[in-house]
Ligand binder design. Sequence first.
Ligand code: PRP
Length: 213
Amino acid sequence: MKDGLRIALPKGRLGKKACDILSKIGYGCDEMLEESRKLVFYDQEKGNTYFLVKPSDVATYVEYGAADIGFVGRDILLENRSDVFELCDLGIGKCRICVAGERDFPYHEKKHLKVATIFPNISRDFFLSTGKTVDIISLHGSIEIAPLVKLSDVIVDIVETGATLKENNLTVLEEIFAISARYIANKVSYTYKNREICKIHELLEKVRGEGND
Ligand code: PRP
C-alpha cells in the first residue's frame, strides 16, 4: 500500500460536489460514487485514501492529523475554530448564515433574544458584536421548528435556496455572512506532504469557477 494522502470528504450534498471536482482534477475515486454504506476508499493508482465523514467532522479529522487534507464548509471552520490551513475557496457549497424568524417578530427592537442554532459559537460572537444579549439553545438539525413552537425567538442557520424557511413561514431577519466550501490541510502534513498538497491546490485553482456549483 502506497503512503499517499488521506482525504476527508463530507457526506451528502457537498460531498457529491467535492467528488465531481476531484474527478475533474484527476483525483476521482469511482467507487465512492456507488450507492453503499462504505466509508473508507483506497485508490490503488495514486495510493490515496478517502474518508466519507459527517460534514461537521471533516475539520476535526484534518486538525488531529487523521486526514492530511479535506473539503469543508467555512461555517464548520468558524464554528469549531479549527486549527488547520485554509488553502483555497472551492467555489462550491455557497450559502449564507442568517438570523431568521417569523415575519412579524420585532427583531430589531429586541435587546435580548432566545436563539436556537447548530452554530453556538458563531451566534454568540455575532450577537455580542451587535450589543444584543442572548440565550443560546443548541440543536442538531431541523432548527426551523424552534421559533414555530416558541422554543426560541429566532434561529441562526444556513440558508441556501431559502425554500426551507419559506415552507415553514419564516424569513431572513439579518445576514451574518456568506460561506462556501474550502480546501484545508493539516499543518504538519502541509510540511511533510507539501508537494502533493500544493499540486492539488494548483489544480483546484484551475477548475474553480467552471460551473462546479
Ligand atoms: C440545511 C439548513 C436548512 C436548509 C437550508 O439543512 O440547516 O435547514 O439546509 O437550505 P435551503 O435554504 O436550500 O432550504 P440540512 O438539509 O443540511 O439538514 P438539517 O436541517 O438536518 O440540518
